[in-house]
Design a protein around this ligand. Structure first.
Ligand SMILES: Nc1ncnc2c1ncn2[C@@H]1O[C@H](COP(=O)(O)OP(=O)(O)OP(=O)(O)O)[C@@H](O)[C@H]1O
Length: 306
């Protein structure tokens, strides 16, 4: 089982710190979402992990070794950084065959990953005729070619249609269930909540959270209760009498915070207030993330230029 370990990792460009003392581990058997706004340093961290850039300070290792020291790296680590990387005049199949040959990966893996990524039917078309979503699938096929224990994907849902998004979700879940170490960057909250077990949140190069997704949401946002009624005056009166923290949206739905659906149901029933809808509304990752970013200067202070 292979972990990714990042210690005091720092990268400066022209004196500007874009990755700032990062310390985290990514464990096998789960999908770790790497979240942060544009320019937070996600891609730079990926490049440092893959030895494509040298850290100013600190270390990034995979299974205890720096990437450039790994033997047969494609068989240990699969990465998607830039979906435009394949040569346009080649077919997808030839692109993968060349990659397999130069990394001592058996050629039969090419057809396996083409099947896995849904590209088998178009594998003999030139890559320049591919849509963004098809290129993205090809980049993922290349990442999976060496059957690696560690998978690093930078914004893999980019350019995918709804069917592609459902597919990638299932793929990531499967890779983790097989015991692989899966790190996936994204700035899409809903998407990340749908596939990640664990989160690393970055802001201006610094690590703001390293937490299981569920704990992060539950610690930051309380679930609300949604109510609709045919007698808003009676409901308003009832909620006020019991000191509930409630508001009503334009559609007439009441949101009541800091309470439980059972307690409100009982209260409404006893008071004879008619119920059209009474439900718990779960907090979302987006709400928890906004709560975090609202309190972090990394997101609110003006950028510091070098
Ligand atoms: N080679 C480079 N030279 C100078 N500055 C760079 C270089 N690469 C990245 N940066 C800067 O580092 C910061 C972090 O960029 P990075 O691409 O890592 O962010 P990101 O979190 O991946 O953002 P996005 O979601 O937009 O891809 C940005 O301000 C970027 O301009």
């Amino acid at each position: 089982m292979t972990s990714i370990d990042v210690r005091e990792l720092t990268k400066e460009y022209g004196g500007r710190r874009v990755v700032d003392g990062l310390d985290f581990s990514v464990r096998p058997g789960r999908v770790t979402g790497f979240l942060g706004p544009n320019g937070a340093g996600k891609s730079t961290t990926f490049r440092l992990l893959l030895g494509l850039d040298r850290p100013t300070a600190g270390t990034a290792t995979i299974g205890g070794e720096a990437y450039p020291r790994l033997r047969e790296p494609l068989r240990r680590v699969g990465a998607l950084l830039d979906a435009g990387a394949a040569h346009g005049s080649r077919t997808a199949r030839d692109h993968l065959l060349a990659l397999a040959a130069s990394n001592r990966v058996p050629a039969r893996r090419v057809d396996t990953v083409l099947e896995e990524t849904g590209l088998a039917a178009v594998a003999r078309r030139r890559v320049r005729t591919y849509s963004l979503g098809m290129r993205q699938r090809l980049g993922i096929a290349a990442a999976l070619l060496g059957d690696p224990e560690v998978v690093l994907l930078d914004e893999p849902a980019n350019g995918l249609d709804p069917e592609g998004i459902i597919w990638i979700r299932a793929l990531l879940r499967r890779l983790a269930a097989e015991g692989r170490t899966v790190l996936v960057s994204s700035h899409l909250m809903g998407e990340t909540a749908a596939f990640a077990d664990h989160l690393l949140i970055l802001g201006r190069g610094r690590l703001l959270a390293d937490t299981p997704v569920r704990e992060f949401i539950h610690a930051r946002v309380r679930p609300h209760v949604r109510i609709r009624t045919t007698d808003p005056a009676a409901l308003s009166d009832l909620l006020a009498r019991h000191g509930h923290d409630a508001s009503r949206d334009e559609a007439g739905t009441w949101i009541v915070r800091h309470t439980r659906v059972d307690d409100l149901g009982r209260l409404m029933s006893e008071a004879g207030v008619p119920v059209l809808e009474l439900a718990t509304r779960e907090a979302t990752l987006e709400e928890a993330y906004l709560d975090l970013t609202a309190s972090e200067t990394e997101f609110t202070a003006p950028p510091q230029e070098a």
